[in-house]
Ligand binder design. Structure first.
Ligand code: WTA
Length: 663
């Protein structure tokens, strides 16, 4: 098919109207939203805490709460603090007790095409056994467990079993390398690592256990590891090394464990997980989430934003459990709601580029939640591929992780949603725990490219540097102006960094600073404008410029390095590195050879997602008189633009030299 996907769509809508003026009314024939209706906004506005208390009561509380919000020592919030619950019980046992044990919880599809249908009763059984295994290994209340697994059902069981015994999980994305894994294990002082021999990616087994072995070998840091045991799922069938006494096979231990396990209640503020995310320094931040408030908001938003009807929908969120979207909208949200969901192990293009659409057709997926990067790469391949499959089951489409450009929005709406399915563009962060800004399907009107409005119970604004609202039509900084149930409770082991990063900037007003730029349009709808700090967003993954710079300078050939996020048609942003090499190296190696070596080096140090798209070998970096690198100018170069104002540079001729190096 010869249709060019980047040209305006066949209906000519993009031509006819500027995207900001184009609106989609909530469709009249939309089945009633699972929980939301237009009055919800006003209701929540009138009584925010009462609204969230109502949502919290949808969960099972072993001991009901009487307090809602304690904000007496900001920014340390406590929600439902005198209540007690068990997160895993809410995601499993209560559905079985309600008679839904036979409902499928997971419709798992392995990359090679193997499949498993796991009911709520089966998942509950597995998690109870694993909880017994964990307790047998001495894991209990407050202990940290690192989970480093592919997208297999055991990943979900592992998270829930850790939660069930009141311990804290830290899921590390399987694409991270041994060094990143070790840093996270050490920071949390984890006692147990749950991993697999390997998992399927791009048609072959990608090993995981060797990275764990490498991370735990004491060579790097010289220090003794906190890890006592490694529990290994057999998935890839690849050969693995084995440390007797430390390593255990999942299948051996779990079949021997008792299927009886009583879920104990824990206080609402009991920590549930730590999830590391990139900040503006080289050291990732361990974002801490707790139980009651987190589960309340993820369950509510999953029902309202995705319009999830647990008894009829087949839901599929394509995120990996290594990211917050996988925590909130694969593990906790859908299971707390008793939904049926698809879980897919592999990559979208294996063994063919229609794999996702084949899965939608096969399982009759009705709610799909994915990222703009994926949509843009499908768009590039052309509509002929999805058109080969029956996508008529889809009725709600979601987007998350980065701004979705109007063109991709329209394509998603027309080609995937057959112009019927509303699109929810959801803005949130690892730190916010759950969706904060999004239309509600069937309730709010939608507008391609705009994340629209804060959810009921959420209060945001766009302000200038002094904290004053900028008003409609103007750009500024996005802030959250009141506490919300699923807010982060801190940075693991670093309360000061928590205060400084998010709360210091607008301390007088008590606002949370999100790090994003935003603008209200003339209708008061919100547009996200990207990060305003040194955090990059590559394919919806957060990467820190500082972290990649420190990996680059750790290479013996590098004298100095600066990294910027350059805009990229498919991945949103791409990593562009400017590197000054040591003279001795330049004499002996070609610049191209070293640039390639450095790309691979970053991949080995941090993980393939951090590998720079471009490494430019330069002889100078643009610096101000005080020595600060002017990234704005490097971004101009990386994006092929005319270089902007250079008057504050210590040496204005530097940019001419760099531009000449790069071209
Ligand atoms: C960006 C992912 C525009 C934003 C859930 C935020 C978005 C960062 C959107 C958080 C969206 C996320 N529109 N930008 N709908 N959703 N972002 O922690 O810059 O991986 O600060 O959480 O992604 O990324 P994180």
């Amino acid at each position: 098919m010869g249709t060019s996907e980047t040209a305006p769509s066949s209906t000519g809508r993009i031509d006819r109207l500027p995207a900001s003026a184009q609106r989609f009314a909530p469709s009249a024939d939309f089945t009633a939203n699972a929980v939301a209706h237009a009055d919800l906004y006003a209701k929540a506005e009138a009584n925010r805490e009462g609204f969230w208390a109502d949502q919290a009561r949808e969960l099972h509380w072993h001991k009901p709460f009487t307090e809602v919000l304690d904000w007496s020592t900001p920014p340390f919030a406590r929600w439902f603090a005198d209540g007690e619950l068990n997160v895993a019980y809410n995601c499993l046992d209560r559905h079985v007790l309600a008679g839904n044990g036979d409902r499928a919880a997971l419709l798992w599809e392995g990359e090679p095409g193997d499949e498993r249908r796991i009911t709520y009763a089966e998942l509950t059984d597995e998690v109870k056994r694993l909880a017994n295994v964990l307790e047998g290994l001495g894991i209990g209340h407050g202990d940290r467990v690192v989970i480093y697994l592919p997208m297999i059902p055991e990943a979900i069981s592992a998270m829930l079993a850790v939660a069930r015994v009141g311990a804290i999980h830290s899921v590390v994305f399987g694409g991270f390398a041994a060094d990143s894994l070790r840093a996270r294990i050490d920071d949390a002082a984890a006692k147990l690592v749950i991993t697999a021999d390997g998992g399927y990616r791009k048609g072959k087994v990608s090993p995981l256990k060797p990275a764990v072995d490498q991370a735990l070998s004491d060579s790097g840091s010289g220090a003794q590891t906190s890890v006592e045991h490694v529990l290994v799922v057999r998935r890839g069938g690849n050969d693995v090394g084995w440390v007797e006494g430390r390593d255990l096979w999942w299948h051996d231990t779990i079949t021997q464990a008792s299927p009886e396990h009583r879920a104990q209640p824990f206080p609402a503020e009991n920590p549930l997980f730590i999830l590391y995310t990139s900040g503006t320094t080289g050291k990732p931040k361990g974002i801490l989430h707790t139980s009651g408030g987190y589960l309340t908001q993820v369950a509510f938003t999953n029902r309202a934003v995705h319009d999830l009807h647990p008894d009829t929908d087949v839901y599929w969120c394509t995120a990996d459990i290594g990211w917050i979207t996988g925590h909130s909208y694969v593990a906790y949200g859908p299971l707390a709601n008793g939904a049926t969901q698809v879980l897919y192990e592999g990559t979208p293009d294996t063994p063919h580029p229609g794999r996702w659409w084949e899965i939608v057709e096969k399982y009759r997926v009705s709610v799909l939640y994915t990222a703009p990067t994926a949509i843009r790469s499908f768009m590039k391949l052309g509509r002929a591929i999805p058109n080969r499959f029956d996508l008529s089951s889809l009725r709600v489409l979601g987007s998350v992780g980065e701004p979705i450009n109007p063109e991709a929005w329209i394509w998603y709406h027309e080609v995937i949603g057959d112009t019927k399915a509303p699109i929810v563009d959801t803005w949130w962060q690892t730190e916010t725990g759950a969706v904060m800004i999004s239309p509600l399907p069937g309730v709010t009107e939608t507008k391609p490219g705009s994340a629209q409005v804060p959810l009921p119970g959420i209060s945001i604004d766009v302000v200038d540097q002094s904290g004053a609202p900028v008003g409609n039509g103007n750009g500024g900084l996005l802030v959250i102006t009141a506490p919300w149930p699923s807010m982060l409770r801190g940075i693991w082991g670093d309360p000061q960094r928590f205060v400084e990063t998010y709360w210091e900037k607008f301390r007088a007003q008590g606002y949370y600073f999100a790090g994003d730029g935003a603008r209200f349009d003339e209708d008061g709808d919100l547009w996200l404008l990207g990060r305003v700090d040194d955090v990059m967003n590559v394919s919806g993954h957060r990467l820190s410029t500082a972290e990649i710079e420190s990996a680059l300078v750790a290479h013996e050939a590098t004298a100095e390095a600066a990294v910027v996020g350059a805009s990229d048609e498919t991945t949103g942003q791409a990593v562009a590195a400017f590197v000054i090499l040591k003279q001795s190296y330049l004499a002996e190696h070609s610049a191209e050879g070293l640039a390639q070596q450095l790309r691979l080096w970053v991949g080995e140090q941090i993980g393939p997602i951090a590998r720079p798209r471009d490494v430019y070998i330069v002889s100078e970096l643009p610096k101000t008189r005080s020595g600060k690198i002017m990234r704005r100018l490097l971004r101009d170069v990386a994006e092929g633009r005319e270089v902007g104002d250079t008057t504050t540079l210590a040496d204005a001729s530097v940019m001419t030299v760099i531009a000449a190096n790069v071209r």
